[in-house]
Structure formats: C-alpha cells, structure tokens
Design a protein. Structure first.
Length: 484
C-alpha cells in the first residue's frame, strides 16, 4: 500500500520546478517529519550585485538583481524540546548534515542567550557552524520580537544558491528561514523588518560583518527588476526595470569568497576609521561609548561616508586621511569607530585612505548608473554603464579585494567588448573571489559562454554561469504542506 505523501495545501506564490523538486525532497526524507503535523515552507533567492557592493555599510545606493536560484526552508513543530536542523547541502561543504540543539540552550527561563554567548555556542563545532544561520534567526526573533517557543522544531534546508560564490547564499538561507519561522508562529513582519533582523543574526550570531543589501534583496526583490536600496540604513527606492535591450549575467571565478574573511573585514574597519578621522577634521562632536566605539553627532553626513561628495573628499579630506594606520595609534588618538559590528585590532595595520574613498565614489557611480538605466538606452549610454562597472571593479582592487580569477574574467569581458555585446563587468559582493557581474546585450549568451570556456581552460576552474531572476521572500509568501 502506497504511503501518504506530503503535498502543498497552500502553495508558494512562486512555484517553478525548483519548488516541485523541493516537495519531492520532503517526501524522500519522510522519516524526518512528524506524520500528522503541517510543515511551513519559506523561499528566498540569492542576488547578483550589479553595482554598490561593499559600499552598503557606508550608506551608498546599491543595485541588486534577485536571482532565479534560491534557498528553501521547511519548518515543523516537534513535541520534543529540541531544535533539529537538517541540511541537504552540508556534505558539499564537508560539513555534518544534522545539527541538534536543545531549546533551553538558546533560552533559559524565558531569557534568550546573549548574542555573544550564542556565537560562541554555535561556532564551537566548525562542521556544524552552518546551523547558526537558522538558530541565529530564531534567537533574534526571541530577543527582538519576543517570540516564545513552547515546542521543539524540525527544520530542513535545501539551497540552489551556490555557496562561496559571492551571490549571498547566507542571506538567502537566513531570509527563507525567517519567513518559514514567522509563518509557523503567525508572526507578521514586513520585508524591511525581516531583512534587518536577518542582518543582525549574521552580524552578531554568525559573526560576519555584512551590510544589509543581501538580506533586503532576498526579502524584497522583484523578478527581473533591480532592487534599488539606499543603505541609510535600508531605504527602498523604486526598483529599476532593466531595458529590454540588455541583460545581466554572473560568471563564477571558482575562487571561494566569504564575507567573514579578513580582507573584507579589514576594508570595512578601514572605512570606519576613515569616517572617524573625517569627523574629527570636520569638528563634529564625538562621545566615547564602550569596547572601542564612539558616537558622532553628525548632522551633516548622518554617519555615512557615502554622503560626502567626491569634491569634498578631494579638496578637504583626502590628503589628511593616511594611506595606512596602525590600530593602536588610531585607538590612542581617536578612541574608536562608530561601527557596531567590527573591532579594531591594536596589533594590526589597516589600509584607510582607499577603503574610505571607495564608498564616496561608488555612491556617485551607482547614482549615475541608475539614471542612465532609466533613460532610453543608446550606444553611448551602454558604453558609459560599462565604464562605471569597470571603475567599480578597479576600486575594489585598489582596496585589496580583487583576485586573479575575477580580474581575468573582467579582462576577458573587456577584450570581447561591445562588438560581441558585452559592455562592462565587475567583481560582486564582498570581493576577494566569487562572481563577476556582466552587463550584456540581450541574446549575447554565446559570448558569455565563450568567455567562461576560455577562463576554464586557462585556470582549470569551473566557471559557473548564473542568470535568470525571481522574486524575494515577501512576494513568494509561505507555503503550507500537509500529508494525505
């Protein structure tokens, strides 16, 4: 006799073949679930960073395309007081696929763990540290939204967003998990709230000092439109429709990227050091806080480097911001930075001038890029869009966030050029490897494939192509799966 199968009682709004495959996956792991309790499913896509990248934590405008690939997370109540998390992707990362966590390890006597204690707990076993993306979201809901959990939870994760490629697999997982958890507990959150809470989980529980653009795209993105986000701290602007003449592709360099890597973190530290120095030069009032942090009364730029214009930077501040500075010397003179999620190591020397300049110029580049996209595209505007991408890529490299693989891919795009329908390219996200975004004429896929093939021959690495688009978690809603 055939066993009852799990089926959607309430489907996700977005139901491509990947969602049907996920339902089949739930049924292949039927022994993981309680047989008579409904399952809630959340979905969130990865993203391709077209422009903006690491300037998000400095308040810049960013333009992000939600990708077709996505993470899906299924959540079911469990009478056992245990958080049981299973990842179908863990073995690809040489990690353990199952993580078990007693509920009272996260909250004791209705007092959730501190974020620092949760980070220590969830990072103690490197082969299960991936579970922090789900457990961290749950803890944030407990601490920030007063979520009370009186039962265990069974959670299954499956993601088509390739990890370590700079297309935000972590944010997709966090947002999909939060969407499923909120659906399970009937906790209403809008997309912006969801994204900011997921960023808090990644910053404070996972321990990665990311900005907010990844989570905002995973939550609020619209299919075939660029999410336009002013990161001050997370203000959605009208999305940008790509002209029908162009399309965007991602080419993976095969060099693993991680937002928690030291290069990304040190560049972020350098940018905040630069802002603190400029605040001092501008005579802004500064008050010490604790643990190497300060507060700046900034009614001029509101705490964001992106609000400093390039002309102000060049004429008033550039020559007074050192190229590099020792952490100890900085702390002795300035007391600390305004960044709540990084700490300045007194034993390290940091690049300061270029990480400070990058968001100042990038914000202007992205603003111009958006304006040009919103015009009727001409040959000249397409060339200008490409040049802005090449400038952004060069600035990443000057910050120390390039890689030989991504540099080679950008060079191949430049060599092919507009004659082959390729206008511009740049490294994406946190840099130091990962994926290159390419602005191309619609239908130029053969030129993209030739570049990927040439790169594979030269480097010996696989050049995965990423294309297509889908909506974020809010538009997808939640699905409800029942057995019968």
């Amino acid at each position: 006799m055939q066993q009852p199968r799990w089926n959607f009682e309430q489907p996700l709004t977005y139901t491509p073949p990947a969602v049907d495959r996920f339902l089949a996956l739930l049924n292949r792991h039927a022994d993981f679930w309680q047989p008579n309790t409904p399952i809630v499913v959340g979905r969130a896509p990865g993203r391709l960073d077209l422009m903006g990248g690491i300037a998000d934590y400095s308040g810049a405008l960013v333009l992000q395309l939600p990708l077709d690939v996505a993470a899906l997370v299924a959540v079911q109540p469990d009478p056992q007081p245990m958080l049981t998390i299973f990842s179908t992707n863990a073995r690809e990362l040489d990690a353990e696929p199952l993580a078990l966590l007693p509920l009272d390890a996260l909250a004791r006597a209705d007092q959730p763990l501190s974020y620092a204690a949760a980070h220590a707990l969830l990072s103690a076993d490197p082969r299960r540290s991936w579970a922090a993306y789900v457990a961290g979201v749950l803890l944030v809901l407990q601490r920030e939204r007063g979520l009370r959990i009186d039962c265990g939870l069974r959670v299954l994760i499956h993601s088509d967003v390739p990890p370590g490629k700079g297309v935000s697999s972590s944010a997709a997982l966090e947002v999909a998990a939060m969407q499923a958890l909120c659906g399970s507990f009937d906790l209403p959150l809008n997309g912006r709230e969801m994204a900011i809470l997921c960023q808090k989980a990644e910053n404070l529980v996972v321990g990665a000092p990311c900005g907010v653009m990844d989570q905002m795209t995973a939550a609020c993105g619209e299919q075939d439109r660029l999410l336009a986000l002013l990161c001050q701290p997370a203000e959605l602007l009208p999305s940008v429709v790509l002209p029908p003449e162009v399309e965007v592709w991602g080419i993976d360099s095969g060099i693993r990227h991680t937002v928690s890597g030291s290069d990304y973190g040190s560049v972020r530290v350098g940018a905040f050091m630069g802002y603190r120095i400029i605040a001092d030069l501008a005579g802004l009032t500064v008050a010490p806080l604790d643990d190497g942090r300060v507060a700046v009364d900034d009614r001029r730029w509101h705490g964001y480097l992106a609000n400093i214009t390039p002309s102000e930077w060049e004429t008033l501040y550039r020559d007074h911001v050192p190229e590099t500075l020792d952490g100890a010397a900085f702390l002795a003179r300035y007391g600390g930075s305004t960044d709540p999620v990084t700490r300045i190591d007194p034993q390290r020397s940091y690049a300061v001038r270029q990480p400070t300049a990058h968001p100042i110029y990038e914000h202007q580049r992205v603003r111009l890029f958006r304006s040009l996209l919103e015009c009727q595209p001409t040959t000249e505007t397409l060339h200008l869009l490409g040049e802005l991408m090449y400038q952004s890529h060069a600035s990443y490299g000057a910050c120390g966030l390039g890689s030989e693989g991504t540099d080679r891919l950008v060079a191949l795009v430049r060599e092919a050029g507009a004659d082959h329908g390729l206008y511009g390219a740049k490294i994406t996200g946190g840099g130091s490897g990962g994926t290159v975004a390419v602005l191309a004429r619609r239908g130029a896929i053969e030129a993209i494939r030739r570049i990927a093939a040439q790169y594979e021959r030269e480097s010996g690495r696989r050049a995965l192509l990423l294309g297509g688009s889908s909506s974020g978690a809010v538009a997808c809603g939640t699905g409800r799966v029942v057995r019968g």
